[in-house]
Design a protein around this ligand. Structure first.
Ligand SMILES: NC(=O)c1ccc[n+]([C@@H]2O[C@H](COP(=O)([O-])OP(=O)(O)OC[C@H]3O[C@@H](n4cnc5c(N)ncnc54)[C@H](OP(=O)(O)O)[C@@H]3O)[C@@H](O)[C@H]2O)c1
Length: 194
């Protein structure tokens, strides 16, 4: 049974993936978020809720021990967030990180230039790629609520295919990554419906 720490647990994709973990696996989850009173506990036997800010490394280090996987679903100053996560993972000996970024950070989407809006995504990915971690960075297309699981992956260096991807597809992929040690380790994956 895998223990997963979800950072930014009130995010749209994180909430969908929490539901996916609970429905499809026996994983135990720690939901880490700011202002934790916003979130009800969906399954008190398997889920713990921790209030915290990812930029506060002491709180992160306290939350990390006992987990096999860290799944970061963040927004905002992502370079600083990634640096704190790397620091806390090194301090607590955790290795496996699934980090949600965005399509476009390497200029890999044909015909699109996202420029500075993606700087935090680009910089956080660079920090993670330079760290001694068992990471998988996800670069999804636009999220949809379509009730389907259909996705394809592209590797760093390949052109991104398609535009969008369903939340359920991303949740399916994140759960598979969390449950499959070594799969797509030290990779940065484009994810789209294709
Ligand atoms: N929507 C799309 O189509 C799309 C496409 C590609 C990539 N993405 C990216 O994918 C990521 C996940 O998407 P999403 O829709 O799930 O995003 P979201 O709903 O905006 O969730 C991001 C979460 O990060 C949390 N957060 C930010 N700073 C934090 C901190 N210092 N400590 C703790 N939590 C913090 C926020 O918490 P609060 O609730 O406390 O603010 C929020 O719940 C985002 O970076 C998004 O830009 C989105």
């Amino acid at each position: 049974m895998v223990n997963v720490l979800i950072l930014g647990a009130n995010g749209q994709l994180a909430r969908n993936t929490t539901r996916w973990f609970l429905q499809k696996t026996d994983a135990r989850l720690t939901l880490f978020l700011r202002r934790a009173s916003r979130l009800g506990n969906p399954d008190p036997e398997r889920v713990r809720i921790v209030e915290g800010d990812v930029l506060d490394v002491a709180t992160l280090e306290k939350a990390m021990p006992g987990h096999d996987v860290v799944y970061a679903n963040l927004a905002g100053p992502m370079k600083q967030q990634a640096e704190r996560i790397i620091e806390a993972m090194h301090a607590t000996g955790l290795k496996r990180l699934i980090f949600v970024s965005s399509m476009g950070i390497y200029g890999e989407v044909p015909g699109e230039r996202y420029r500075s809006v993606l700087d935090p995504y680009r910089d956080s990915a660079a920090a993670i790629e330079a760290a001694d971690l068992d990471y998988t960075i996800l670069r999804p297309g636009w999220f949809t609520s379509d009730d389907e699981v259909a996705y394809q992956l592209t590797q760093k260096g390949q052109p991104f295919k398609g535009h969008d991807v369903s939340l359920n597809s991303l949740s399916e992929l994140i759960v598979k990554l969390a449950l499959t040690p070594g799969w797509e380790s030290r990779r940065s994956l484009g994810v789209s419906r294709g």
